[in-house]
Write a protein that binds this ligand. Structure first.
Ligand code: SF4
Length: 259
């Protein structure tokens, strides 16, 4: 499977199963667009030559023959080197260990949702252009098991509760911290927990838990009140500064040497 996308002037090609990233020319991008629903590895040799001829004919008006021929050769080389259209086996797609990689840190999306609507939001106001949803406890536990299983000899691991806004799913966050603590004892690992929050839902109980269990807490605010309120609004479009400043100050003052 491949993902092909544009960033500024660059055509970026990700081969999902191998993890290889290529910067490709417009010509190679046009060639690969013919394979949207067809993997060239699945073509038998004769089919592949027929496929090549078809693509070259389709692009003949746009590019010189020699350039087309060279670009097709480049595509074939990448395929034969195993960095394009790599075979989609379960091991290749989900197991970093099978590629000799070790995982030491995990960003857990506790909430695919947010209670703010920031003007510049990188996450589509929390839902990442998908369905608004919360992480289930069951999936979170499986993720922690996966991290520990794939961490090799590394003793120190990191989990960042992220979103959207993770405090929208705080009961699950708390349970996952407890679960992580039991799992680290059994596996001789140490997990550092971090929580990233916009602060709107902070209250005394949450602050107490966070300051007791999170090694790091990351708080978001945009400086001066007028700047924050222009950029960071609630879903009903009101500013957020007056709702968060006291809470952020309070949790920071009570970190007791933590950050
Ligand atoms: S708080 Fe974060 S996730 Fe929520 S809207 Fe703002 S930038 Fe996006």
């Amino acid at each position: 499977m491949i993902h092909l996308y544009k960033f500024k002037d660059l055509n970026i090609l990700l081969d999902v199963n191998s993890g290889a990233v290529h910067i490709v020319s417009d010509l190679v991008r046009d060639i690969l667009s013919f394979f949207d629903d067809k993997d060239p590895c699945a073509c038998k040799a004769a089919d592949w030559h027929a496929e090549k001829a078809k693509i070259c004919a389709a692009l003949a008006q746009k590019y010189p023959d020699k350039a087309l021929e060279d670009a097709m050769d480049d595509v074939e080389t990448l395929i034969s080197e195993g960095s394009l259209f790599t075979e989609d086996t379960p091991e290749a797609s989900v197991s970093p260990e099978s590629r000799g990689a070790v995982i030491k840190a995990m960003c857990l999306h506790a909430a695919h949702d947010c209670n703010m609507r920031c003007a510049y939001c990188f996450a589509g106001t929390g839902d990442y252009a998908g369905k608004r949803a919360l992480l289930s406890l069951e999936t979170g536990k499986k993720a922690i098991d996966f991290l520990i299983r794939q961490s090799g000899n590394r003793k120190n691991l990191e989990i960042d509760f992220f979103g959207g806004e993770p405090l929208m799913n705080f009961e699950v966050v708390k349970e996952l911290v407890r679960y992580g603590r039991t799992r680290e004892q059994l596996s001789d690992k140490h997990i550092r927990f971090t929580l990233t929050t916009n602060g709107l839902l902070l209250d005394a109980d949450k602050e107490h838990f966070i300051n007791a269990h999170m090694d790091n807490v990351i708080l978001s605010i945009d400086g001066r009140p007028e700047v924050n309120d222009r950029m960071r609004k609630t879903p009903s479009c009101s500013g957020t500064e007056e709702h968060i400043i006291g809470k952020l100050t309070h949790i920071t003052e009570n970190r007791d040497g933590l950050y």
